[in-house]
Design a binder for this molecule. Structure first.
Ligand code: KIV
Ligand code: ZN
Length: 515
């Protein structure tokens, strides 16, 4: 029997984190987990505990603080992975082991080098092992949409018999087409005798831009009642099903879907911003629901229509999804308690008093330069402080640079390395280039710069620039974030933050490179 409750399973911190460059620190993951909980996401997949000690710690920390959502961890179908998952998750109020093994001919033969019978046996053993420790077990046949239906039915029937409570069919390579995929799920449910003992779920990738459509077809035609998705559609390659699009489709077209979710939609935009800031993955302006232009009416005809009656061109309101007009919240004279109170209202909890002090100092510095401080400014400065590595090998002491038309830009930088100050100067193609070269003269890090991006935090030329720098070295990819009203200073901060993360002993590799 299917119900009309649609379970929202967020995998931003697991599949989303597998996008190259999107890896997050434990504290960044905690902030995202709190935002997802505030949004009332049903299941938060917090990570892949066996992939690294860092991810194990992040999943454990999330399991210990989240109370209103189930916390899940992904585990390959073997005892070691599952035991790591159990150890990371068992402190949670509600937890789930999510185990997977590939079932498509190409994955079994070329990747796993296992026969179908061996895969079937391993899937059963894995679910049995997980079920001994945890009543809530999800099983995914990886590359399910390209698996042979008869074999898939045998595997799924067997794992349900072992106690799997959720069956999740992944379209791992984004190959599915909506009508076909919906039928595929429907036939699996019809053919498997014990299918009604599990909740059916789908997990779609967006390689052909159909992840949201495929997920909704699986719900409407196939009877699936859980969708796995990510904030901003983050995820491997072209990403996953986007949470905000699913939730708003179901809400806006309730007449068609007749489904409900628990999601507080007003938390969508703040959470989207948070994920974008932390990962450095900018949201395209025309992205549905969370893009900057999603509710902007530029043409005269549209503006005229919206002024006369909003519904002429708007099917949902900006307020419904949490867009707020920039509000001045704090100023130069605001004290520490007003600052802390506003962070609390924004749902930002800093881990330690030390972090609060550092963020407050940064707020005071910012208020000296910028008369009006908006929520977005607070988010940016907290993201910078909370995202910083706890081990700060490099600290920016001071810097200046000069550039002008027809002149070669030049930068001077003073850094403290473990407390000892050193300076360097360099020329470059632009002021940022010169600054990075000067920093590199001191750090000699040998890293590769993968991404440099600048975003205005608020509107107007006095806005802070928020810079993301993505560096790679020896298989590790890290993001550094810096915000300042001077974008060259923001750039230097971001670069140094990334260097500190690379220098930190925290074992935190992108799960993708570990497996
Ligand atoms: O895409 C995929 O197949 C996955 C599974 C592990 C669920 O992410
Ligand atoms: Zn996936």
């Amino acid at each position: 029997m299917t119900t009309n409750n649609l379970i929202i399973f967020d995998t931003t911190m697991r599949d989303g984190e597998q996008s190259p460059g999107a890896s997050m620190t434990r504290d960044e993951k905690l902030r995202i987990a709190r935002a997802l909980e505030r949004m009332h996401v049903d299941v938060i997949e917090a990570g892949f505990p066996a992939s690294s000690n860092g991810d194990f710690e992040a999943v454990r920390a999330i399991a210990n603080v989240v109370k209103d959502s189930t916390v899940a961890g992904l585990c390959r179908a073997n005892d070691r992975d599952i035991q790591r998952g159990i150890d990371a998750l068992k402190g949670a109020k509600s937890w789930r082991i999510h185990t997977f093994i590939a079932t498509s001919p190409i994955h079994m033969e070329k990747k796993l080098r296992m026969t179908p019978e061996q895969v079937l046996e391993q899937a059963k053993l894995a679910v049995r092992y997980a079920k001994n420790a945890c009543p809530d077990v999800e099983f995914s046949p990886e590359d399910g949409s390209r698996s042979e239906p008869d074999f898939l039915c045998r595997v799924l029937e067997a794992v349900i018999a072992e106690g799997a409570t959720t069956i999740n069919i992944p379209d791992t390579v984004g190959y599915a087409v909506p009508q076909q995929f919906g039928e595929f799920i429907r036939r699996l449910r019809e053919r498997i005798p014990n299918s009604d003992r599990a909740v059916w779920s789908v997990h779609c990738h967006n390689d052909l831009g159909m992840a949201v459509a495929n997920s909704l077809a699986a719900v409407v035609t196939g009877g699936a009642r859980q969708i796995e998705c990510t904030i901003n559609g983050l995820g491997e390659r072209a990403g996953n099903t986007s949470l905000e699009e699913i939730v708003m489709a179901v809400k806006t077209r309730a007449d068609f879907f007749d489904l409900q979710t628990r999601i507080d939609t007003t938390q969508i935009v703040p959470t989207s911003r948070l994920v974008s800031q932390i990962t450095g993955f900018v949201v395209q302006p025309n992205k549905a629901v969370v893009g900057a232009n999603a509710f902007a009416h530029a043409s005269g005809i549209h503006q005229d229509g919206v002024i006369k009656a909003r519904q002429t061109y708007e099917i949902m309101t900006a307020e419904d999804v949490g867009w707020s007009t920039n509000k001045i919240v704090l100023g130069k004279l605001s004290g520490r308690s007003a600052f802390k109170q506003r962070l609390k209202e924004l749902g930002i909890e800093l881990e330690s008093e030390d972090l609060v002090n550092k963020a407050f100092q940064r707020f005071k510095d910012l208020a000296d330069k910028k008369a009006e401080i908006f929520d977005e400014d607070l988010q940016a400065l907290v993201t910078q402080e909370a995202g910083a590595s706890p081990e700060e090998r490099w600290r920016l002491v001071t810097m200046n640079q000069a550039s002008g038309m027809g002149e070669r830009p030049h930068a001077n930088v003073v850094l403290a390395e473990n407390g000892a100050e050193r300076s360097a100067a360099a020329e470059g193609d632009g002021p940022v280039d010169a600054t990075f070269k000067a920093i590199e003269k001191l750090a000699a890090s040998g890293t590769e710069l993968l991404l440099y991006s600048v975003n205005a935090v608020t509107q107007g030329t006095e806005s802070q620039g928020e810079v993301t720098v993505r560096l790679a070295k020896g298989g590790r990819v890290v993001n550094g974030i810096g915000a300042d009203t001077d974008i060259v200073v923001a750039s230097a901060r971001a670069y140094i933050s990334a260097l500190n993360k690379l220098a930190s002993k925290m074992e935190r590799l992108n799960p993708q490179h570990q497996l």
